[in-house]
Design a protein around this ligand. Structure first.
Ligand code: ZN
Length: 307
């Protein structure tokens, strides 16, 4: 069911949801261009950075002082915390604290509630799932079939993680499901990504290559093939800058948005162009981060030897 004119106008005015998320995740799903939209909670909220800082601070507060409440409540908090510390492994203890900081900071936040409210008003469903203790996936779908598919794919992720845990094969950096071709293929289909691009992503994963770096280098090598439409969703990497399937999907999204309301096609083209620029700068961004990390480690090392 297509949302009516007035609902769309009000949705576009909503400032608790990023415009980019409206045009990439909500409306393309409502209009049938994509089966499922996906965003990360809280990083893709307008105040995502503040909320994340809040989670860090609340975690540190809980870790060192039991939550900071005074008097008897503070005493109870501290006692509970000390008990948890005794019965959990250090990692599980910390993970539990991060998660409780996350739920406190996110679930009552007006920007979180806006997603629930708007999904309903637009006739869409949401499916939320913890990705890491401080990060959730929020999926947006229009039909029961799509919701069933999300739930199956997330069940697959749970099983892969359980298996990895049993084998004690948990890397602190890579999530175990990122190594599973079957899982990556299922996620790609679920999100409506072109099959050729999903296959390129899986091939990268098998070779231990960061797809963002690969996509960034492709843009550098053949800038003449680049078309913003191929970058129709954030964190999506087309198999090549001129991938015909990705471009036609990106154009379909623009076209349907433009039919829904004049000007939305240009707005969508703007965000797709921004996604392309993000991919273009991705490799340099990663290198810069690595340099910073190396410099920090070097600093710690020289502190240790001089002190
Ligand atoms: Zn492709």
């Amino acid at each position: 069911m297509k949302p009516n004119e007035r609902t769309i106008a009000a949705f576009l005015e909503e400032d608790r949801i990023l415009d980019r998320v409206k045009l990439e995740d909500y409306l393309p799903v409502a209009l049938g261009s994509r089966p499922t939209g996906a965003l990360m909670v809280p990083v893709e909220f307008p105040s995502g950075e503040d909320i994340r800082r809040g989670i860090d601070e609340s975690y540190a507060d809980k870790f060192y002082s039991g939550g900071g409440r005074r008097g008897l409540l503070g005493f109870i908090d501290k006692t509970r915390l000390n008990l948890q510390r005794l019965v959990s492994t250090p990692l599980a203890f910390r993970t539990g604290l991060v998660r409780s900081a996350f739920t406190e900071m996110v679930y009552e936040h007006p920007e979180y509630r806006a997603h629930r409210e708007w999904a309903e008003r637009l006739g869409l469903d949401t499916y939320q799932k913890e990705l890491r203790p401080s990060l959730d996936d929020l999926f947006i779908a229009a039909s029961e079939d799509a919701m069933d598919r999300i739930s199956r794919v997330m069940g697959m992720r749970d099983r892969i993680r359980e298996e990895a845990q049993k084998r004690q094969d948990m890397s602190p950096v890579f999530l175990p499901e990122e190594m599973s071709s079957i899982f990556l293929d299922a996620v790609g289909r679920m999100l409506g990504y072109p099959q050729c691009c999903v296959e390129a992503y899986i091939e990268d994963a098998n070779r231990g290559v960061d797809s963002g770096v690969r996509a960034s280098e492709q843009l550098e090598d053949s800038p003449e093939d680049a078309d913003g439409a191929a970058y129709f969703a954030s964190y999506f990497y087309p198999c090549k800058p001129g991938c015909p399937d990705a471009i036609s999907l990106g154009r379909d999204i623009r076209g349907r948005l433009g039919e829904l309301r004049s000007g939305l096609d240009e707005m969508s083209a703007h965000y797709q162009g921004e996604n392309m620029e993000f991919v273009r700068g991705y490799r340099d961004m990663v290198r810069e981060k690595q340099r910073e990390m190396m410099a920090k480690m070097e600093e710690i090392r020289s502190d240790e030897t001089s002190g």
